[in-house]
Each structure stands twice: as structure tokens, then as C-alpha cells.
Write a protein that binds this ligand. Structure first.
Ligand SMILES: [Zn+2]
Length: 878
């Protein structure tokens, strides 16, 4: 970027205004950055590192909220700092633009979902523009536009031809409010829809699935590579995948020669302690096995259980219930007959739908056995004890096998394998891995999504739409009011097409894709955004990915982040990309909470404007005292703060500074008007400091002066200034590396501004230049408009955002200096000033860099160097 010409300069910058007025200043710099395409991505030069900084892209609801602001400002600070550190930075933005809100808004307001969405995108883009984010908008993507979703369809077909996309009839989660199915990941622990909050029902439907389970091991094991992710997120993913390593064991049913019950267990070592076997009430063998006198109670029990959700059935804090079938199973290890029960805590859809009960060594089984008076058979003895009683509880720890025939005396770890292997030779056991993860259900019976590019032919089956016919465009003018089933199914013209194989009449697939499909690859598209032949070139992806820093909400710990990792691995196996993981480092920013007034009796939230007597806040309706809380900002709690109003009042730089200063990025942040005001005052103080410097010295030219280094002789106050400057450089640089601590970085800036106020005016020009240059560059990622204004006012060349990040000088951090004698072959030839506490290597380096050494060694390395710390360095030329 060339130096700004005075003719094109923002108006407020040409005069010497005494007052900090962000309103004009910010808009003018934003316009200038845009004109000069300052944040346009430049391909990395050979000597340059590529740095991809990405925020999770938003759903275009139409209004930016504080949670967005926090997310994007964090990413922006990181992107700006890396740019100044010399990296080629990719910092794009896009829109996760398919989904139900647009469809519902369309139904309510009778507008086209596409028109509604595009209008929201325009609105949000301009709201984002006011934050001064260094985004390269030339790479913008919207998942609902044909030039994007055509490639979502193309990628679906890639997965389809890899056998990773398939149809099956399954019991699925049905959201009765949104009238569509949901993936398991989209149902919360209370059995409610992640979006509508409705209690989810179970339905049998033929649906499309992605075989994410094929990658279960890779998704689990590669979590170890993600050391830049929060531990919490990795744990959540590992738990969701839920791999357990164990064995399947077959129990024959007494009196039923053809019936085998297969259980899965991670505790084959306790097989001799089985005192009952449990089937899920839905298990296909239940009807055949139940004896005549137990039929009635088993039927009644099934009815009871059918009203419970899976989570209720398996919740730890709920007593487990069951009923005997009257049948018996034969323990294959010792031939013992044990009763067969049905119980609510065994789920048909998990594992084999059957488990073995070992009350002596499992807490749940122990409680179940006590409730129903089933026997408790001890088979593991706690090490270091002679006996172990099961009076009070189950022993689930390690130990030695007892009452286990030939396996007695083995450690229980050994016995797991030994018993499984023994069973394998006899044909009744198999080593087995089991997962909690299920295949990803991607069918949605809604309009505003990416159509699944499949044509169903009675003769040829489900056939892919040929790729040269992509995209399968969403038809316009669709009647969205109908509930139940996809609105696309009603469009005969659209649905009826010839089969791409045989040409006979066939029907299009009318399901659309889960929007999480669209967001599972957008980060790849940003690397190659205008490609019209392919979704992306592998080379372009390799140039920028993995994303070095991804920033977004913890609510995506499983859904989006797991799906994206799966996509990346599947596309790598298809040879489309060469990376194995999409996101190298992940920062999950905390929530923004607003002050919230709630009536504790009625539970009603009261808008702050309506609260009577803010000192002891009262409900305007009944005068009751209200509780004052901090909760996540939301419309229903009337506790939101509109970013636009904050920017109107204080400017974007203050909003940014406050949000970064108020709490560490991962922690929740409590909105506080007084603290916003505090940041505004800090920026005003900076304004006065820069203003006074620009007036005292030759105006406007300070930073453009060629300063030939810091003089050797500094006054005490100059030494202090330099020390403050370089301490701040060191601290802020640390805070912007790896573990981001923007809050302490801003504290450091405040400390530095205090140290410089007044003092810097008395300093010599080189010290002034260094101090002001460092302060403004350190400020630039945080308050980009103001830093740009300061840089310009003090005569800096080009944009501050293209300057090099300052490096701290270790020598300047040391408070005391001493004179170091430089000898050449034992003769004193000069002295230099060095920090008092310097190690030998540093002293040697300083001596070799001195003018004396340059003159006497004539550029050749010395034959020998003798260092006497604190006194002298003797150089012996070769
Ligand atoms: Zn056909």
C-alpha cells in the first residue's frame, strides 16, 4: 500500500482535533481500507508462512448480536497480529444460509426464503463492516447460493460413490414442531430438539445416512493430534464416539435350541459371576422366550417403558426397573443356568440389545440385583485382601480372579483376554469394539436446504444425478405452508424426470440435506472460492489448510466439529485433499451475558427499561423485588445489548477493547456499561498522549524521520521509557501467541500508556519515535481505526496494519548497565555499555557486534574469545 496522499485523506485526520470522536474517523478509515483492498488475501511468498484465521460462519438471521461480535473480534485480533508478524493471512467470512428459520419466516411473512436470506446477509455484512474487521470479502460464500451448493451436491455424490452415503429404513428422531427428522447429535440430553425445543418422537422412515461410523477409530485416535484444541472439546468428542473394547459372548437359552442371546461386555473377566441376563424390552427374542405365566407382566412392563426416552431409561439417578421372562440362559463358561430378565436400562439400538448382569462387580447390576433379590456371585478379589464382601457395594476395581475355574489366580486384566480367547476357540466369544457413535442422518423433509442429487428409478434404484447436470436447483415459488413431508414432493414438474440410466420415468429425491452438510466443507472452499470446475483444488487447500486458528462457540463441540473432521478424512481418502484434520487450533469463546432481571416467584423476566427503582429493582406489575443475574443475552430475557447502539455511542474500537478486556476469551463475559465507558476513557487518554506528542515535535513527521538508532547515552528517564516499551512489547507478544490473553495484553497497553504520558515528551527524538511507534503498533490489532489514525498523525508511512510487529530488545529490559571492556589480544581497545545481568553468550555476542570488534577483526571470526562476566571480553583474532 502506498502512503496516503493528503488529498484522499479522511477529513478528521488532516486537522488537529483535540477531541476523540470515533464516529467519523472509523467510517473514513473503513472506506479507505476497502478502497485500497488492504485485507485482500495475498498468496504466501516462498519465505512466508500461511496463516488461516477463521471464525465459525454465522447463520444470517439478519441481526448481529454480541456473541457474534465477540467471536469475530477475537479472530480479527489474531489475524491482524499474524499479518504484522509477516505471515500471509487468510481471513474470510461466509454465511451458513440454509435452514429452518428462513423457511419459517417465509411461511409467516409470505416471502421467498432466498430473498429473505439475501436481505439478511446484506444487512449483517454491513453490520460486520462497522466492527472494522480485516476480512477479505472477495472470498465470501453463502451455502444457499447455487455456485456453492452445487459443490455440496458434488461432494455428496463423492461420498455416495465411496459407499459413505446410503439409504435405510430406521427408527429416527422426529421433531413434531419443525416436522422433520433430526440427527442424534441434534437431540439434547433431555430428548429435545436442539432447535425447536420440542420433545422428540421416534418414527420409522427411509432416510439418507452418512457412514461416519466407518471413521470412528480415526476420529477418536486423531484427537491426540489436536493439542491446540481445548481438552474439554476433545473429551466431549471422545465420549460421543464412545468406543468400548470388549467381547461379544453367546448365551444359549435353556429349552430353545435355536435361540442365542449375544451380549456385549467390556468385562469378560467377570463372566463366571453372571447371575442373570437382561434383554431390552424391544429385543426380538422376548416374545419367543417369555413363559406363559410371565406374559402379562412383560407386556405391562413394555407399555410402561414405551413412554420413556432413552435418556430417561439410562439416567444414572433413576432406579432401574425390570421383570423376569421366566426363561433361563446358560452361562457358556460354567454351564450355570441364570434367569433372563427384561429391563428398561438396556436399549435395543445400542450394542446387541442384551447385557449380562454381574452384580458383584457392577454398581448398576448390584442395585438391580438387590431390588429384585437376584444372587450376587463374587469372582474378583481386591488385591491385598483375603476376602471381599459384597454386603454393601460392588467391587469395580482391579483384582485377582476367584470362583472362575481354570482362570482363578489371574489378574482381571489378563483374564479379560484369556476368557475371550478361550471362548473364541469354543465358538461362544469374539473380541469386539463397540461405539456409541451412529451413522449421521442427513435427510430433512424441508424446503430450504440443499437438494439431495439422487433420482429413484423403479428398475435401476437410487441413481446419482450426473455431475454435469449439477446443481439440482431448488425450485422457486413453492407452497411452504403444508406440514408433513417435503414441500418438494408436491411439485410434479420438478419431481418427475427420466432415469439417468435407462431413461424411463423416475422421481427425484425430495429430501434436502441437513445444513450441517453445507458447513462441513466451507473452510475448504475459502481456499479456492471462485473455482467453477471443482469445489476446490487440492493444491489450494494445501496452501492454506489446516486452519491455524478456528474460533467459535462450544455448542459446536460435537456437531459441526465432528462432522467437519469426518468430511476432511473422507475427502482425503477420495484423494481430493491431502490434509487429515481441518482445524489445527481451536478457541471456544465464552458467552456474552447481560444483566437480567427476574421475578423469582413468577419466573418472569423483566426488561431493564421497565424495572422500577434500579437500586432495589422491583417488578412493575406487582412491586415484587427482582433478582439481578447475569445470563446469556437473549430476546426472551430482555437482556441483550445491541452492538449497533454501542458502536453509535462509543465507536467500534471501544466495543472491541471492552469485549477483549473484560474476560479471558474462553470465559463468559458479563456486559457492564461502566467498563465500556472505562475503555472509552482509556482510548481518549491515548488520544491526548498522541495529540501532545504530535504538537510538541515537528508535527506529523515523527514516525517518518530516519532515526539512526538509540543513542548510547540515555538519561535515567529515557532508560525507564525504553524499559517500559520493551516490557510491553514482550508481554503483548506473549499474550498474542498460543494461549491468547487479550485481557492482559490490554492491561499492558494501559500500563505502557501510563508510563509514557508526560515522560515521552521529554525524551530524545529516537526514544520518542521508538516508544510511540511501538505503542501504536501494539494497539493496532485491538483498536485498528484509532491505531491507523495515530500512525497517520505522527507521520508513519503506509498503513499501520502493514507494519512489522515490534520485537523486544532484551537489553532494554535490564535496569542497570555496566561498562564492558573490549580487549583485542589482551590490549584494551574500547568499552561498550551492556546490561548488568548478562550471560557469557550474550556478552560475547554484544562484544562481537561492537564497533571495536568490527574494526580489529575485519569481519573474520576470532580464534578465541575469553569472557569475564561484568568486566571484559578478550578477542583473539585468527
Ligand atoms: Zn432406470
Amino acid at each position: 500500500m502506498t502512503a496516503p496522499q493528503s488529498s484522499s485523506m479522511p477529513e478528521s485526520s488532516s486537522g488537529l482535533s483535540d477531541r476523540y470522536d470515533p464516529s467519523l474517523l472509523e467510517e473514513q478509515w473503513q472506506r479507505k481500507w476497502e478502497q485500497e483492498a488492504l485485507y485482500q488475501t495475498q498468496d504466501p511468498r516462498p519465505d512466508q508462512k500461511a496463516f488461516y484465521a477463521l471464525s465459525m460462519f454465522p447463520y444470517p438471521s439478519g441481526s448481529l448480536h454480541m456473541g457474534h461480535v465477540r467471536n469475530y473480534v477475537i479472530t480479527d485480533v489474531i489475524a491482524r497480529a499474524q499479518r504484522m508478524r509477516g505471515d500471509a493471512v487468510l481471513h474470510p467470512m461466509g454465511w451458513d444460509a440454509f435452514g429452518l428459520p428462513a423457511e419459517n419466516a417465509a411461511i409467516e411473512r409470505n416471502v421467498d426464503p432466498g430473498v429473505w436470506t439475501d436481505r439478511n446477509i446484506d444487512q449483517m455484512r454491513s453490520q460486520l463492516g462497522r466492527l472494522g474487521l480485516s476480512i477479505d470479502w472477495s472470498r465470501e460464500q453463502a451455502t444457499c447460493h447455487e455456485d456453492y451448493y452445487r459443490w455440496t451436491q458434488w461432494l455428496f455424490l463423492e461420498l455416495h460413490s465411496a459407499g459413505l452415503a446410503y439409504q435405510k429404513e430406521a427408527t429416527v428422531n422426529w421433531d413434531p414442531i419443525d416436522q422433520t427428522v433430526l440427527a442424534n447429535e441434534q437431540v439434547d440430553s433431555e430428548g429435545r430438539s436442539w432447535r425447536s425445543g420440542a420433545l422428540v418422537e421416534q418414527k420409522n422412515l427411509t432416510q439418507w445416512f452418512l457412514k461416519i461410523t466407518q471413521y470412528a477409530d480415526a476420529l477418536l485416535e486423531d484427537l491426540d493430534q489436536l493439542q491446540g484444541w481445548p481438552e474439554r472439546v476433545r473429551t466431549m468428542q471422545a465420549n460421543w464416539i464412545g468406543r468400548s473394547i470388549g467381547a461379544e459372548i453367546d448365551f444359549q437359552v435353556e429349552g430353545h435350541n435355536d435361540a442365542t442371546i449375544t451380549v456385549f461386555t467390556t468385562r469378560a473377566d467377570t463372566l463366571f459371576g453372571v447371575s442373570y441376563v437382561v434383554l431390552a424390552p424391544e429385543h426380538p427374542l422376548v416374545d419367543a422366550l417369555t413363559t406363559a405365566d410371565q406374559k402379562e407382566s412383560v407386556e405391562a412392563f413394555r407399555d410402561l417403558v414405551s413412554d420413556l426416552s432413552n435418556d430417561e431409561r439410562t439416567a444414572d439417578d433413576r432406579p432401574k426397573r425390570g421383570v423376569a421372562t421366566g426363561a433361563e440362559a446358560v452361562n457358556p463358561a460354567n454351564g450355570q443356568k441364570v434367569p433372563i430378565w427384561v429391563a428398561d436400562y438396556v436399549l435395543a439400538g445400542y450394542g446387541t440389545g442384551a447385557v449380562m448382569g454381574v452384580p458383584a462387580h457392577d454398581e448398576r447390576d448390584f442395585r438391580f440385583a438387590k431390588t429384585y433379590e437376584l444372587p450376587v456371585q463374587r469372582v474378583i478379589q481386591m488385591d491385598g485382601t483375603d476376602e471381599h464382601s459384597n454386603d454393601g457395594e460392588a467391587w469395580t476395581g482391579p483384582g485377582t480372579l476367584v470362583n472362575s475355574g481354570a482362570f482363578d489366580g489371574q489378574s482381571n486384566d489378563q483374564a479379560k483376554q484369556a476368557i475371550t480367547e478361550h471362548g473364541a476357540t469354543k465358538g461362544w466369544a469374539r473380541a469386539k469394539r463397540q461405539y456409541r457413535l451412529r451413522d449421521w442422518l442427513i435427510s430433512r423433509q424441508r424446503y430450504w436446504g440443499c437438494p439431495i442429487p439422487i433420482i429413484h428409478c423403479a428398475d435401476c434404484g437410487a441413481q446419482p444425478v450426473p455431475t454435469d447436470q449439477l446443481p439440482v436447483a431448488l425450485p422457486k415459488d413453492v407452497n411452504l405452508a403444508g406440514k408433513g413431508g417435503s414441500p418438494l414432493a408436491a411439485l410434479d414438474d420438478w419431481v418427475n424426470v427420466p432415469c439417468p440410466i435407462c431413461g424411463k420415468p423416475a422421481r427425484r429425491e425430495t429430501d434436502t440435506m441437513d445444513t450441517f452438510m453445507c458447513s462441513s466443507w466451507y473452510f475448504l472452499r475459502f481456499a479456492d472460492p471462485q473455482n467453477s470446475d471443482r469445489p476446490f483444488e487440492s493444491e489450494a487447500v494445501k496452501k492454506w489448510l489446516p486452519v491455524q486458528q478456528y474460533v467459535g462457540g462450544i455448542e459446536h463441540a460435537i456437531l459441526h466439529l465432528l462432522y467437519s473432521r469426518f468430511f476432511t478424512k473422507a475427502l482425503k481418502d477420495r484423494g481430493l485433499i491431502s490434509i487429515n484434520e481441518p482445524f489445527e487450533r481451536l478457541l471456544t469463546q465464552g458467552m456474552v451475558q447481560g444483566v437480567t432481571y427476574r421475578n423469582p416467584r413468577t419466573g418472569r423476566y423483566v426488561a431493564p427499561a421497565l424495572v422500577v427503582d434500579p437500586g432495589t429493582p422491583r417488578d412493575p406489575d406487582d412491586g415484587e423485588e427482582l433478582e439481578v443475574l447475569f445470563e446469556k443475552m437473549s430476546k426472551s430475557k430482555h437482556n441483550g445489548v445491541d452492538p449497533a447502539l454501542v458502536i453509535d455511542r462509543y465507536g467500534a474500537d471501544t466495543a472491541r477493547m471492552f469485549i477483549l478486556f473484560k474476560a479471558p476469551p474462553e470465559k463468559d463475559l458479563e456486559w457492564d456499561d461502566a467498563d465500556v465507558e472505562g475503555q472509552f476513557r482509556f482510548l481518549q487518554r491515548l488520544w491526548r498522549l498522541v495529540d501532545s506528542v504530535s504538537k510538541m515535535t515537528a508535527p506529523d513527521q515523527l514516525l517518518s524521520n530516519d532515526v539512526s538508532g538509540i543513542p548510547a547515552e540515555l538519561s535515567e528517564s529515557e532508560t525507564e521509557i525504553r524499559r517500559a516499551v520493551h516490557l510491553a512489547i514482550q508481554a503483548v507478544s506473549d499474550d498474542l501467541s498460543g494461549e491468547f490473553q487479550f485481557n492482559t495484553a490490554i492491561s499492558e497497553l494501559m500500563k505502557l500508556s501510563n508510563s509514557l504520558s508526560g515522560a515521552v515528551l521529554d525524551a530524545s527524538r529516537p526514544v520518542q519515535v521508538e516508544a510511540m511507534g511501538a505503542l501504536i503498533r501494539l494497539l493496532a490489532p485491538f483498536a485498528p481505526h484509532l491505531a491507523e489514525e495515530f500512525w497517520f498523525r505522527l507521520g508513519g508511512q503506509g498503513s499501520v496494519h502493514l507494519q512489522t510487529w515490534p520485537q523486544h530488545d532484551p537489553a532494554a529490559l535490564v535496569q542497570d548497565t555496566v561498562d564492558l571492556v573490549i580487549q583485542i589480544k589482551g590490549k584494551v581497545r574500547g568499552t561498550i555499555q551492556v546490561p548488568a545481568e548478562c550471560d557469557k553468550d550474550t556478552l560475547e555476542a554484544l562484544a562481537l557486534a561492537s564497533d571495536v570488534a568490527k574494526r580489529w577483526l575485519e569481519g573474520k571470526p576470532p580464534r578465541r574469545v575469553i569472557v569475564v562476566p561484568g568486566k571484559l571480553v578478550n578477542l583473539v583474532p585468527s
